[in-house]
Design a protein around this ligand. Structure first.
Ligand code: GAP
Length: 515
């Protein structure tokens, strides 16, 4: 992996994403709009491939999961029922010197992470000192400095949880002061009070001022699934347990929207609500944790780049929750959430709508409001995980360098580039003929400009798994060279074998079969 600039670890990725048509700042000709991005010609292909991998893994591979696509605008009572009007708030605090605004809980969590880092350092030092005889578990359980720091962490976590649960902003501020947290920008500890800020965007529905109604842009896709629970269950004759999946845009007026596409105000979610019998929820929660981590690791981005993080501060709807964190260039951060939401949402929609949202269980001869396990992943964060972990700056044996995106082959935006060695002698026509054949199976691109070496580098930088070169020999015996992106090896194969050879390596089926 390329060495990152410590002050701006995403810098290379952002520049590369723009140069090669993955991501552009939105409305750039007007100097952009903060935390809003557009996906370019290669970006949209990669994004669509990630969606396809998720959709097929969740819907096509599970007999008891179906997909839907619901409206972004929903009846305003939806958000009262879901708790978002009253509880979808961030506790914010401003530094009076830098004028920067922060989430109070995030400042405290960052302080906890610093203490955790101290523990990890102690472990590393001890592991070096003791060598093979080092017993990490025993060390963690007995070392006085580790125990003291762990005690501090537990104390802060407990107080953070209580202050968040009770909306006790004075105590959040007190904790920030006691931990002597300084503003990362100004370095000062000159803080305002902690205040609440609702994250939903609102707009008006209706033509005249008298008739207007405030409606919200959905902050999560999940509620479109809950309000359609009965429609889907009845029309699809679904039996519990079953799931409903959806991919779509969500909007949050994030105060600290930064770090490229990690935290945006308009983003996409891939969510699945799995409806289960009350009492079966814990088992399904564990099952979905396992299923989802397998989906991630199956991509080969590095097992060491994932970890689970259990939530201590639960969202207003959750009984248990964890994140799958990914090792982004900005450190381990949330990529996906898995939540045990109980019957909170369906029950609340029953109360607010006056409609029954229950399942009649023929086996037990009774109706009940199902419990829900939710898996919720940010598509843009997944995109960033793939892009950042694929970015490699390689030193080659001949002393030169290449930037290559080692995107999993099945997700690569362009699967194959077709390159006539020279732009004459009938080679372009032959190359076009090949494209016309393979375009039914793969996203292919014709490239005739520049030297062959430069064209290889360009496709390395886009992450194209295969380059097919057409030369004079091709005209004689219908063979081409097939160059592999990662190994850079080239083999001569017959045009008739091309599709099957490439298909074997780039098909999303390969990923699905391994699940
Ligand atoms: N329905 C549950 C829910 O929305 P969440 O943890 O708030 O839970 C789920 O969001 C996922 O959506 C996160 O794990 C993250 O990947 C993504 N996400 C949330 N806020 C985001 C933002 N501002 N920008 C990009 N992705 C975001």
């Amino acid at each position: 992996m390329a060495k990152m600039d410590e002050n701006n670890p995403l810098k290379h990725i952002i520049a590369h994403a723009k140069e090669y048509g993955f991501i552009f700042p939105s409305s750039e000709i007007y100097d952009g709009l903060s935390a809003t991005y557009d996906y370019g010609q290669n970006g949209v292909q990669l994004k669509n491939n990630i969606k396809e991998y998720w959709w097929k893994a969740m819907v096509q591979m599970h007999e008891n999961i179906v997909g839907i696509d619901t409206a972004i605008f929903m009846h305003p009572t939806t958000w009262k029922a879901s708790g978002h009007v009253d509880a979808f708030n961030d506790p914010l605090i401003d530094n009076k010197d830098s004028k920067k605004r922060y989430r109070a809980d995030t400042l405290i969590e960052d302080a906890i992470a610093k203490i955790e880092a101290k523990i990890n350092k102690e472990v590393e030092k001890a592991a070096k000192r003791f060598g093979d005889s080092f017993d990490k578990e025993q060390f963690l359980a007995t070392n006085p400095r580790v125990l003291q720091n762990q005690g501090k962490i537990d104390g802060i976590n407990a107080r953070l949880k209580k202050a968040t649960d009770d909306a006790d902003f004075a105590d959040l501020k007190a904790l920030i002061e006691e931990l002597e947290i300084a503003c990362p920008v100004s370095g000062s500890k000159n803080w305002t009070e902690v205040r609440q800020f609702n994250l939903m965007f609102s707009t008006e529905l209706g033509a005249s001022a008298e008739e207007t109604n405030t409606i919200y842009l959905r902050p999560e896709t999940a509620q479109g699934i809950f309000v359609n629970f009965l429609n889907v269950q009845k029309s699809g004759r679904m039996k519990i347990p079953f799931g409903i999946a959806q991919i779509g845009k969500a909007f949050r007026n994030e105060i600290i929207a930064r770090q490229f596409i990690f935290r945006m105000r308009e983003f996409e979610q891939m969510e699945m609500q799995f409806f289960v019998k009350p009492g079966d929820d814990q088992t399904w929660y564990e099952k979905w944790k396992e299923t989802r981590i397998k989906w991630h690791k199956n991509l080969g981005l590095g097992e060491e780049n994932y970890r689970f993080h259990d939530h201590l501060n639960l969202a207003h709807y959750a009984k248990a929750a964890c994140d799958i964190e990914f090792n982004f260039p900005i450190g381990f951060k949330e990529l996906e959430g898995i939540h045990s939401r109980t019957d909170f949402d369906l029950k609340s929609h029953e109360e607010h709508s006056g409609k029954k949202l229950q399942f009649f269980d023929n086996d037990d001869n009774q109706s009940y409001v199902p419990f829900v396990i939710e898996t919720s992943i940010g598509l843009d964060r997944m995109f960033l995980a793939v892009l950042s972990s694929s970015y490699n700056n390689e030193q080659l044996e001949d002393g030169s360098e290449r930037v290559v995106l080692k995107i999993p082959y099945a997700l690569a935006p362009i699967k194959v580039a077709v390159l006539p060695l020279v732009n004459k002698d009938g080679l372009p026509e032959k190359a076009r003929g090949i494209i016309d054949e393979i375009k039914f199976d793969f996203q292919a691109q014709y490239e005739a400009k520049d030297s062959i070496g430069k064209r290889y580098r360009r496709h390395d930088a886009i992450g194209t798994p295969y380059c097919v070169t057409i030369d004079h020999q091709t005209l004689e015996d219908d063979t081409v060279t097939l160059r592999d992106r990662d190994t850079m090896t080239q083999e001569r194969i017959s045009i008739s074998e091309l599709t099957i050879q490439i298909e074997n390596h780039v098909s999303i089926k390969n990923l699905l079969r391994q699940l």
